[in-house]
Design a protein around this ligand. Sequence first.
Ligand code: F6R
Length: 248
Amino acid sequence: IGTLVFENSISASKAVAKEIADLIKVKQAQKQPCVLGLATGSSPKGLYAELVRLHKEEGLSFKNVISFNLDEYYPMEPDSVNSYVRFMKEHLFNHVDILPENCHIPDGTLPKTAIRDYCDQYESKIEALGGIDLQILGIGGNGHIGFNESGSLQNSRTRLVALDHITRVAASQDFSGLENTPRTAITLGVKKIMEAKRVILLAWGEKKSNIIKASTEGPVTSSVPASYLQEHDNATIVLDKAASSKLT
Ligand code: F6R
């Protein structure tokens, strides 16, 4: 596992955007789709802003991009203020030329009985495209990736999960109170994340420094799902100075 430390999250986000843009262009030249795994939350906002800038100012096209988001709350209406559909439109999709039919986000409106098959199909679509070329991740304070909370196995599949209390507390500001915060979510499993050809995890700020240390220098353990990335052969943890401050 590689760690890359930048002066701040802005310069870090720009470097990651450059890698993504280069990959999109290589795939364009090969007339191939570029399959991106995308995250929501505060960590990738600067990355998406830079990708939008590259589209608007430097002509980067997303026409060959096929995206799969990591997760969505369940239940969740797509037009609700807290939906990840809304987040992705606001921060990326509405501002670039990605085709709407190429954007995949787990469906928070399904009846419960339909979720199992839906999750299997979500994975099948990724497999049919040859897997994820580049996966963007954030990290929860408890070490979750996607919504694979502590205890998630390395071969876990895409599924409905119960959110940890600490995850719900972190989200509760957005939902104006814990009682309004969803208890469950649909998440891409650890297996598909680990199968991505390239993984980039973003973490900013002092509040992520302990979990970054545990994930990169601690044991590989299901209690810290991000620690599985130590076993990925092309994963990079991209940090600002504050997030790297506990590393030895
Ligand atoms: C979001 C996701 C989560 C977040 C994590 C960190 O799609 O999969 O794992 O990446 O909770 O969130 P932020 O970036 O808001 O600190």
